[in-house]
Design a protein around this ligand. Structure first.
Ligand SMILES: *Cc1c(COP(=O)(O)O)cnc(C)c1O
Length: 364
């Protein structure tokens, strides 16, 4: 017998996670490089203080005030509006997606995505004993809609997970894709459009939120970890048909969202204009980064997010390590030969460019 008596399929597995290294330039987890102002931090502290006075009680299990604020925030992205009854929050959108698989996946069911995609999805499937099915994206990382719909019809998955923009490639779904895939998934499954990077999408590109009234099998997830500059808060949420929320209520842990988290998120939402204030600047920095990398002769995936996938390198680990040696941490992720850099401040992006130029010179 091996110790500890772990589930067979988990034996020998390493936990997921990017290296957390204390280096000057951290461009590896797609965080917003701009933190909250002192005024915002003070407001958060005051909110948390008020919540602390009631910490002897369990928090609002239904987190109604927070769902109301999130619904108001999401309503800006759809002419149909979003009601609090359609919104559910948890500790990061990772928890939201795990809850979705707990309720809608499981033995005898499958979950499907198209590679390269977010590396956590197969882990939620594994942890909920849901069969994992992986289709693939085209050479340019776009989704071949017809092939995707055909795979969905053949596999009949209970949950289809599609990030838009996609991580790690930055590719946004074309506007007609969501409706077509909802049709292909049909009533025996859910299409989850993971809009973790939704706020970075290009002007004029609609959010999948607009399609909620047309498809009751559509779930749109968001997070405060990326554009919203609150990765440390751990707050993710979804918008969907209220019947889907009822299913999640069955599997969620009791009082899963702490009073401190709810108070912090509410205060952060009051400061949305400030916290989201650098999104335009980050988008411009992203476009400049794409242009620069292409100028240097590298391959670069089109990005609608706050990161860029570039390559290709014969030995990407050596490039990653060479950058790290100069104090620049990026992410070794994606298809063979590619690397991903998160968009930081102008100063950080200059440090990245200088370090990459040096590494390529050293290695040529
Ligand atoms: C970062 C990210 C998330 C957000 O995760 P949180 O748990 O909300 O921090 C979700 N989906 C994708 C594709 C991501 O890259």
């Amino acid at each position: 017998m091996t110790w500890p008596p772990l589930r067979e399929e988990l034996r020998g597995l390493e936990p997921y996670g990017a290296p957390q290294l204390d280096v000057p330039v951290q461009l590896n987890t797609n965080e917003n490089p701009y933190g909250p102002s002192a005024a915002c931090a003070d407001d958060i502290a005051a909110s948390v203080r008020a919540a602390a006075l009631g910490l002897n009680r369990y928090p609002d299990r239904e987190h109604v005030e927070l769902r109301t604020a999130l619904a108001a925030y999401l309503s800006r992205d759809t002419p149909h509006g979003i009601a609090p009854e359609q919104v559910w929050a948890a500790n990061g959108s990772n928890e939201v997606m795990l809850q979705l698989l707990q309720a809608f996946g499981g033995p005898g069911r499958s979950a499907l995505s198209f590679a390269p995609t977010y590396s956590m999805y197969p882990e939620y499937a594994r942890d909920t004993a849901t069969r994992w099915v992986q289709g693939s994206r085209a050479e340019d990382f776009s989704l071949d809609l017809e092939a995707a719909a055909a795979l969905v019809r053949a596999e009949r998955p209970s949950v289809v997970l599609l990030p838009s923009p996609n991580n790690p490639t930055g590719t946004a779904l074309p506007p007609d894709a969501v409706g077509a895939l909802c049709e292909a998934v049909g009533e025996q499954g859910l299409l989850v459009v993971d809009e973790a990077y939704g706020e970075f999408r290009r002007a004029g590109v609609p959010s999948a939120l607009e399609l909620l009234p047309d498809h009751r099998n559509l779930v749109v997830t968001r997070t405060m970890s990326k554009a919203f500059a609150a990765a440390g808060l751990r707050l993710g949420y979804l918008a969907a048909d209220p019947a889907i929320l009822d299913a999640i209520r069955v599997v969620r842990l009791p009082y899963h969202l702490s009073a401190v988290t709810q108070a912090t998120a509410l205060a952060a939402l009051r400061h949305a204009p400030e916290l989201l204030g650098k999104v335009d600047e980050l988008r411009a920095e992203r476009d400049a980064c794409v242009a620069w990398l292409r100028d240097q002769g590298m391959r670069v995936a089109d990005s609608d997010a706050n990161f860029v996938l570039f390559g290709t390198f014969e030995d990407r680990h050596a490039v990653w390590q060479g950058l790290l040696d100069q104090g620049v941490l990026i992410r070794e992720v994606g298809p063979d030969g590619w690397l991903r850099v998160s968009i930081g401040t102008a100063t950080e992006m200059q440090a990245f460019k200088d370090a990459l130029t040096q590494v390529r010179k050293d290695q040529s």
